[in-house]
Design a protein around this ligand. Structure first.
Ligand code: ATP
Ligand code: MG
Length: 350
């Protein structure tokens, strides 16, 4: 598959120059950007333009696997390391030696693994699960995230030492709404690309009103969203329906859109207003999610504290978070530092 990072926006031009320079170095790289901005494209281009292109490009999604699976995926295991480990399996770090390991969604890596990763970053060495012998690898680490790692760090969710090691060279990809001058270029590129994928004959003409609307839209899903909207239209989705959807998204996200840019059907403009009517009052989904998460975290942490007899080291191990994170969480959730008297003999249930 061919990877290109198109765009005349000065930031994108700068990133293309950085890719050229960095591909000749050995510094680990951190790529930061919202979803769909092109983080994987940048990682693949770094690999392809470096002398490591003969080596493998191994992608690991750190958010997709639970702790133990991710650990064995990254570091491999010896035969008999755990039940079910019937034979030796090399980890992705070994497979990517002399090539690139792309640690996608690094912000979601559990703190326990962050410690092990730090060791690899520092020394290039680690031990497979079930082994005490260190293996040396020569793997170029490229990590990506759409989290604000500085914020995560403040909350004890991301290790400070690892952050500074990984972020020495950071590539920040701006969201599409901050480089709208590139939308026409990208639009034409995706039309051409999908023409091939869909094996369409004849030239595809994009509705002029839609083109204007593309310039006004805030693109929460960034370049990927632009690509998939164009694909949908080319596959036969009605332009009118797509227009309405875009406008509805803008209304829902309270994004200003220039009046008169297109003739908007009355019912589309009305729809969100009706939802905000007095009779149907809906709490924002994000707010609900945050509340539910807080509630669950509160219960689980209280449970772990009770179960460990309020031994915070034990509790943090049970929760698979660091001691520091537990402290921070307790403070945030308003949980008392020590065992409250009335719960001495209670049996807290989740
Ligand atoms: N500047 C660009 N030029 C051409 N294609 C691009 C550009 N940026 C992104 N794309 C395309 O947009 C899609 C999304 O890019 P990519 O997968 O790299 O995003 P991402 O930042 O890794 O997203 P996520 O955080 O959701 O994983 C891909 O199909 C990619 O090829
Ligand atoms: Mg990605």
């Amino acid at each position: 598959m061919e990877y290109v990072l198109l765009g005349n926006n000065p930031e994108i031009q700068k990133i293309r120059r950085m890719i050229k320079t960095l591909s000749k170095t050995v510094f680990h790289v951190l790529i930061v950007g919202e979803t769909g901005t092109g983080k994987e494209v940048v990682a693949r281009l770094l690999h392809a333009s470096s002398p490591r292109k003969k080596g493998k490009f191994v992608k690991v999604n750190c958010a997709a696997l639970p702790l133990t699976l991710l650990e064995s995926e990254l570091f491999g295991y010896e035969k008999g390391a755990f039940t079910g480990a019937v034979s030796f399996k090399p980890g992705k770090f070994e497979i990517a030696s002399d090539g690139v390991i792309f640690l996608d969604e690094i912000g979601d890596m559990p703190p326990l693994l962050q410690a092990k990763l730090l060791q690899v970053v520092q020394s290039g060495e680690f031990a497979r699960l079930g082994s005490t012998r260190d293996i040396k690898v020569n793997t170029w680490i490229i990590a990506a995230t759409n989290h604000n790692l500085k914020e995560d760090m403040k909350h004890g969710l991301f290790r400070e030492d690892l952050y500074y090691r990984l972020s020495m060279i950071t590539i920040e990809i701006p969201p599409l709404r901050e480089r709208k001058e590139d939308i026409p270029l990208l639009t034409d590129y995706f039309i051409k690309k999908h023409q091939g994928t869909l094996k369409l004959k004849g030239e595809f003409q994009l509705d002029a009103e839609l083109r204007n609307l593309f310039q006004a839209y805030h693109w929460p899903g960034n370049v990927r969203e632009l690509s998939s909207i164009i694909l949908r239209l080319m596959a036969g989705d009605e332009p009118e329906g797509v227009k309405e959807e875009i406008i509805r998204n803008m209304k829902a996200d309270e994004v200003e859109w220039p009046e008169g840019i297109i003739a908007v059907p009355e019912e589309v403009v009305k729809a969100p207003k009706e939802i905000q009517g007095e009779e149907v009052s809906i709490k924002p989904l994000m707010e609900l999610r945050a509340e539910a998460l807080r509630e669950i975290e509160h219960r689980v942490i209280r449970y772990a504290l009770e179960a460990s007899g309020w031994n915070k080291r034990k509790a943090s191990r049970m929760l698979k978070i660091s001691y520091k994170t537990l402290f921070y969480k307790m403070e945030e959730l308003g949980i008392e530092k020590n065992r409250p008297k009335e719960t001495l003999h209670s049996n807290t249930q989740i």
